[in-house]
Design a protein around this ligand. Sequence first.
Ligand code: 13P
Length: 274
Amino acid sequence: MTVATLAQVLQPALRDGYAVAGLVTLGWEDMRAYVAAAEQENVPVILQAGPSCREHTPLPILGKMFLHLAENASVPVVAHLDHGYTFEECQIALDSGFTSLMFDGSRKPLAENIELTAAVAELAHAAGISCEGEIGFVGYSDGEQSNGTDPEEAAQFARQTQVDAMAISVGNVHLQQNREGGLDEARIAAIEAVTDVPLVIHGGSGVPTEQRTRLAQNSAICKFNVGTELRMVFGRSLREAVNSDPEQFDRVKILQQTHDPMVQAAGEVLQALR
Ligand code: 13P
């Protein structure tokens, strides 16, 4: 039984100078590949169910899938709700067995973000699980612009919400397809000077590998969320599998061919955070 909360995997990471990957899952194929990769590397992993995952599969089903994998894994596995937008959604994730709830109030005014995130943190802590919040706004490469995190606001957010992890906006952008983004290390230093809360980088796919490793080892960044980079590997290997045999129609046989490439790619992501 290796089901873990977010705090249980991030506090040792903060203390010992490494980061844990929050890997975006869309289904059974990628989630089991991520756990296989974490077992191979002998490191914890955070399985994340974000909005598009939940659009495809209901939260109670995702909770069972995550917990089944966690209970049978040889490494700690966190069942994490990514970008929960309402208290109700967070409550459903809690009831479905999730061990970590991200409430994303980052599009709301500061006071409202603090109030709503604090309510989810209280809900999570009363149940013995963790909560992540977001301060500032991490934009999207296909649309919304970022709003960089103000260090003083981050300190206030951490104090007043009691979150276990805080997502910050420091040059990171979701959905980038290359690793050319680069983070503002001066802003990260200013934020970690005023809070003890483990920091989270969303949009990890856009961050150069060298910078991921350096910040994992030398800063309070304890969690890198990575999605796009691994979805690209899945898409490519699925396309190759489909095209390799025009007679093949059994989807289990087709999907099996995505497993090894996904384990390999996820293993590289996990390795780079140590
Ligand atoms: P990327 O898809 O850009 O790696 O971002 C993942 C993420 O931040 C999920 O919350």
